[in-house]
Design a protein around this ligand. Structure first.
Ligand SMILES: Cc1cc2nc3c(=O)[nH]c(=O)nc-3n(C[C@H](O)[C@H](O)[C@H](O)COP(=O)(O)OP(=O)(O)OC[C@H]3O[C@@H](n4cnc5c(N)ncnc54)[C@H](O)[C@@H]3O)c2cc1C
Length: 532
């Protein structure tokens, strides 16, 4: 506890992009007198999972161009990342090194720490938050407690998706566990990659950006064997256009399916089909609404006079549709809307998420015959993982999505790359278990992330706010951002600002109720301060 039992104004859990932005903006805007940022892993201060030195190697790049990674606050007269232009020359095309970006944020935090006595960054893993009247008590794993007027959860991408065939039970066999990387961004787990034979075989589970990340790690570690990337549909996202034009297909009009929704005489299924038809007209990408399969229009179809040329990228169309999403969600209701999203989740990710050209080029090159490492991409449903009879390899039983046949791959190593999980109701972490048990946290009606209001306040709490990826469900309803862009730097920044304004208002009220000097760190917490 603090001297004289004084509470800290704002305690922030998680020192990645979201927590750092919250802390810096609160302090710079003089919206909180005392701020404590708690981060469990020193290598993640500033960068978090995506850009932290603990996770991102030098070859990892951002999947958005620098021009979109600034995280600017819309209503402040300073920039969260001031000096960004000098460092990264935010070109509309150029992507950045993820690690450098994280280190840049970390330096920004260090400058803030030097400037504000009442800003501290401490090491610890939060296991519980308990509300008490107008305050709450944040408990760390070692039993230390911090009293706060308000707590902000910015724990980001800490939970990862995993297939049942790679469950804890399966991995309880140490011979299997040493051949499976469950968290490709965990420093200790990464060391397993060194044991893979140079010309061996690796299965990457997931064909999205996390899979790309894993492939890059292998490529740059000198691995030259065979890589299979597999997911149920085998979808690959399209690379960003080299020249991103940011065209707006509906600058002066409204999409046809919106008229149907407004007229109210179409079923959700018909509206969806109408949207997909329109999507095909604009992008030339045909989506089968039953199977979700994608097909680019053939040259013959494109050349035919009945079909317009294809001027737009899927990203441009979906960006422009974004402003109608809240209205569509209202029409369908959050639950039905959530179902559509979960059904088309992989497809939307494919259509929305781009990769930088460098990454895409590496992937394409590796698919060419004779390339080392050689990469093949498969649509398959993985069913079972066992040690081979000789005990040297893993036998992976899968069902080929196209043929329906059951087959077996024999590989030296598996990397699980399905990306973050935003359903916390079954989490093994005591923080989530406690928040659900106490009724502060509940799952959002769309099934994605936590139930929060527009400002991120947890539905069952008065003094606990969440920001960042854990609020993705509400972001869809409020801002219309669907899929990974909802957890990206440009997608999250304005909602973090909204949350900050609301927290600042609450603090003002709480401080005026309980006047007093800003608290000093207790000797107990002084001990946990990061040294830098
Ligand atoms: C590999 C990867 C690459 C990405 N690349 C991009 C990109 O190029 N561009 C883009 O815009 N978006 C990208 N994203 C999206 C990313 O979600 C956001 O850009 C952003 O980094 C999220 O930041 P965050 O602070 O909310 O979460 P995180 O970065 O996940 O940070 C959360 C922090 O909380 C800490 N923490 C968690 N639980 C606790 C606890 N109980 N106690 C204490 N500390 C805790 C973690 O250690 C971590 O440091 C990427 C995501 C991933 C996973």
């Amino acid at each position: 506890m603090f001297e004289k039992n004084q509470p800290i104004d704002v305690v922030i859990i998680g020192g990645g992009f979201s927590g750092s932005k919250m802390a810096v903006d609160l302090l710079q805007n003089h919206q909180a007198r005392s701020v404590v940022l708690i981060e469990k892993n020193e290598g993640m201060i500033g960068g978090g999972l995506a850009y932290g030195t603990a996770c991102a190697d030098n070859m990892h790049q951002t999947n958005l161009p620098a021009s979109r990674m600034k995280g600017t606050s819309y209503n402040l007269d300073f920039d969260f990342l001031s000096g960004f232009e000098d460092k990264f020359s935010p070109d509309r095309r150029k992507v950045m090194n993820r690690r450098e970006y994280g280190e840049f944020i970390k330096r920004r935090l260090a400058r803030m720490k030097a400037r504000y006595d009442d800003f501290q960054i401490i090491q610890g893993e939060v296991h519980d938050i308990k509300e008490k009247g107008h305050f709450n008590i944040v408990s760390l794993a070692d039993g230390t407690e911090i009293k706060a007027r308000h707590t902000v959860i910015a724990t980001g991408n800490s939970e990862l998706k995993r297939l049942p065939c790679l469950s804890d039970e399966v991995l309880s066999d140490p011979d299997i566990a040493e051949r499976v990387t469950v968290n490709q961004w965990d420093v200790n787990e990464k060391s397993k990659l060194k044991n893979i034979p140079r010309y061996g075989s690796v299965l990457i589970v997931g064909t999205g950006l996390s899979g790309d990340d894993a492939f890059r790690s292998l490529l740059h570690s000198g691995f030259r064997g065979n890589v299979i990337m597999a997911s149920r549909n085998g979808y690959r996202h399209f690379p960003y256009r080299n020249k991103h034009k940011d065209l707006k297909p509906y600058r002066n009009s409204v999409p046809a399916f919106m008229w149907q929704i407004r007229a109210g005489n179409y079923s959700p299924k018909e509206v969806l089909q109408s949207a997909l038809n329109e999507f095909e007209q604009l992008t030339g990408i045909h989506v089968n609404s039953e199977t979700g399969q994608l097909r680019r229009r053939t040259l013959w179809e494109r050349a035919s006079q009945t079909i317009r040329p294809v001027p737009y990228s899927s990203e441009e169309v979906l960006n422009d549709w974004q402003r109608y999403v809240p209205e569509i969600a209202e029409f369908l209701g959050p639950k039905e809307f959530g179902k559509v999203i979960s059904h088309y989740g992989a497809l939307l990710n494919t259509l929305r998420v781009g990769a930088g050209y460098d990454v895409s080029r590496e992937i394409r090159n590796a698919q060419k015959l004779g390339a080392r490492p050689f990469l093949s991409i498969k649509a398959a449903n993985l069913m079972d993982v066992r040690l081979s009879s000789a005990g040297q390899k893993l036998n992976v039983t899968y069902k080929d999505t196209e043929t329906g046949e059951e087959q077996v791959w024999q590989v030296d190593h598996i990397i699980s790359s399905l990306g973050p999980n935003y359903d916390f109701s079954h989490s093994n972490h005591s923080l989530w278990q406690n928040l659900y048990r106490r009724g502060y946290a509940s799952t959002h009606a769309t099934g994605v992330g936590l139930d929060v209001n527009k400002n991120g306040l947890l539905a069952g709490a008065k003094t606990i706010t969440a920001i960042g990826p854990v609020t993705a469900g509400q972001r869809m309803l409020d801002d219309g951002i669907i899929g990974p862009p909802a957890y990206s730097v440009p997608g999250m920044s304005s909602s973090i600002d909204r949350a900050r304004e609301a927290v600042a208002q609450k603090i003002r009220k709480s401080v005026s109720r309980n006047q007093g000097a800003a608290p000093k760190l207790s000797p107990e917490l002084e001990r946990l301060k990061y040294a830098w």
